[in-house]
Design a protein around this ligand. Structure first.
Ligand SMILES: C[S@@+](CC[C@H](N)C(=O)[O-])C[C@H]1O[C@@H](n2cnc3c(N)ncnc32)[C@H](O)[C@@H]1O
Length: 199
């Protein structure tokens, strides 16, 4: 049986060969292949965007505006607008709204720095997901899609139930590119029930 660490390295090497900034690109590609969350013409907000591999994928999926936000600066990606800031802070949210008053897709691959304490890290990851959901609900147009990285554990079911209240279809998806043994998964929520009519 292949060592999961080598499998991770293979994906890392493949990303380098294919010009992606990180192996995370393959997670979004799998999410897209399975769930078609982004369509041509969509306006997309990518939360936790550094180093930018999701942005590289997104700019091939839509001709609409793509905005990436991260605590860290992201090197330019052609076709994307980049913002440095904490998306849970009002000042960053105001800057996002200036550039992107409404979005048809909000994605969050944001993850807090891990402390190594499983329950604590899981709680912080879920809290970050809740921040992403709160922001998404103010930006998404009706029928829009939301994808958020989270971690399975104590608070997961509650968060999942909260997402289910606002979207018509919600799935939990674990891309094969996710490292073995990780509790990471993505909530893929389609068709936002609130929001404004799309322009
Ligand atoms: C796994 S990386 C994202 C990888 C990215 N999707 C890609 O494909 O290149 C997680 C990112 O979330 C960012 N992050 C964590 N908390 C954040 C916050 N509150 N606001 C903005 N970015 C945040 C981190 O700085 C980190 O760069």
């Amino acid at each position: 049986m292949p060592n999961p660490r080598w499998a991770g390295d293979r994906l890392h090497r493949r990303a380098a060969q294919e010009g992606y900034r990180s192996r995370a690109a393959y997670k979004l590609r799998e999410i897209q292949e399975r769930h078609r969350v982004v369509r041509e013409g969509d306006a997309v907000l990518d939360l936790g965007a550094a180093p930018g591999s999701w942005l590289q994928v997104l700019t091939t999926l839509t001709r609409g505006p793509v905005v990436g936000v991260d605590l860290q600066p992201v090197a330019p990606v052609e076709g994307a607008t980049l913002l440095v800031g904490d998306f849970s802070e009002r000042v960053t949210q105001d800057r996002i709204r200036e550039i992107l008053p409404a979005a048809s897709v909000v994605l969050s691959d944001a993850a807090p720095k891990l402390s190594g304490h499983r329950d604590y890290d899981q709680a912080r990851a879920v809290a970050l997901g809740e921040e992403a959901l709160a922001l998404a609900m103010t930006l998404l147009t009706r029928g829009g899609n939301f994808v958020v990285k989270t971690f399975q554990g104590d608070l997961f079911e509650e968060f999942l139930a909260e997402v289910r209240r606002h979207f018509r279809s919600v799935r939990v998806f674990r891309p094969s590119a996710t490292r073995k043994g990780s509790r990471e998964c993505y909530i893929v929520a389609r068709h936002f029930l609130g929001g404004r009519e799309p322009c």
